[in-house]
Design a binder for this molecule. Structure first.
Ligand code: PHE
Length: 339
């Protein structure tokens, strides 16, 4: 074996380029290579000789591997030196361009909203995506047997926690952490077990808003919402209206609509001929929710809203199908390079 060992090492050292080295590597260490053959031969030796022979085969393998690696590194260094010395090498030539990603449209809209609300004195709060039943439902005035739980078809985990169905749990989390006056926004991912279609996704993004202070009124809510929609939809002439909406954690609760941006109210496909587009649920924080957060409802009032980020992004860019957002199609995503 010793003879052949030296032969092999010599062959490796003499390999003139990487292709030749690969062929040698294959012949020596490949599945059908000579080293495998040696290893296989070990088992047919008398028992007493096997350990030593096995060890020798292993050592040989390591030695050949090391020699191959060393020769490869040497050849690579050599070819680089050759390239650098070539007369047509131009060190000032730009390297290959890195492909640059773009912000996801939801992230872009979220960033704009965060910027706007921070300029209005709001701070950004975060909460867990895996949430307790308490914060997701009970603390929000939705007891176990309440039918409002049914409209938020929930992914439950085995330990009794759940994937939050909205960003509202962070309302009470925030109240328990800080004292009023509060002005917070909570952008975040939420989950519901939805049948996915053009306007429903199991994973979606909301931005919660919460204001708690002395003498906060519905007028403050409307003003804040109008300011926000004007900026995000880039329209000065927005008209909004409130309709009653039921959410157990607000009282009164509203659905806020904007006059259809496309037809101006005459009726079209986007507004389903109604002239209005339902854009965000909101309302005055329910006294029970303030209490759950340790705030005295006699002293403080507040408003809250839950903006669907996909929805505003769709309106803003005229995107017809919610499934594009998470479909991973780069042709879709690359259209939003403005940010
Ligand atoms: N959390 C509610 C939902 O996801 C929306 C909402 C938020 C309503 C705040 C009122 C106030 O359906």
């Amino acid at each position: 074996m010793d003879n052949r060992r030296q032969e092999w090492l010599d062959a490796i050292a003499a390999a003139g380029d990487e292709a030749e080295l690969r062929r040698i590597d294959h012949g020596l260490l490949g599945k059908q290579g000579v080293v495998q053959e040696l290893v296989r031969g070990v088992s047919s030796l008398p028992a007493a000789e096997r350990p030593a022979a096995g060890k020798a085969a292993n050592q040989l393998k390591l030695e050949l591997q090391a020699a191959l690696d060393a020769r490869r590194a040497h050849l690579q260094a050599e070819s680089l030196t050759r390239e650098l010395a070539a007369p047509d090498f131009d060190p000032t030539e730009p390297g290959p361009a890195l492909t640059q990603g773009t912000l996801h449209p939801i992230t872009a809209v979220q960033n704009e909203l965060v910027e706007l609300f921070t300029s209005l004195g709001f701070t950004w709060q975060d909460g867990p995506e895996i949430e307790s039943e308490h914060y997701n439902f009970e603390a929000l005035n939705i007891p176990a047997d309440h039918p409002a739980r049914d409209v938020q078809d929930t992914f439950w985990l085995q330990d009794g926690t759940l994937l939050r169905t909205h960003t509202s749990p962070v309302q009470v989390r925030t109240m328990r952490r800080f004292r009023p006056p509060l002005r917070v926004i909570v952008p975040g991912r939420c989950f519901r077990q939805e049948t996915v279609d053009a306007s429903h996704e199991h994973t979606f993004f909301q931005m919660e808003g919460l204001v708690v202070d002395r003498a906060v009124s519905t007028a403050n809510l409307i003003h804040t919402m109008k300011t926000c929609l004007r900026v995000i939809l880039r329209r000065e002439d927005l008209e909004v209206r409130l309709r009653p909406g039921f959410f157990p954690f607000v009282e009164p609760g509203f659905e806020l609509d904007v006059r259809c941006l496309l037809c101006g109210g005459a009726g079209c496909k986007v507004c389903k001929q109604s002239g209005w587009i339902e854009i965000l649920p909101c309302g005055m924080v329910h006294p029970n929710v303030l209490r759950a957060g340790g705030i005295d409802p006699e002293e403080y009032t507040g408003f809250a809203f839950g903006m669907g980020l996909q929805r505003v992004t769709m309106l803003r860019y005229g995107i017809p199908d919610i499934r594009y957002f998470m479909g991973g199609d780069l042709r879709f995503l690359r259209q939003f390079v403005e940010v």
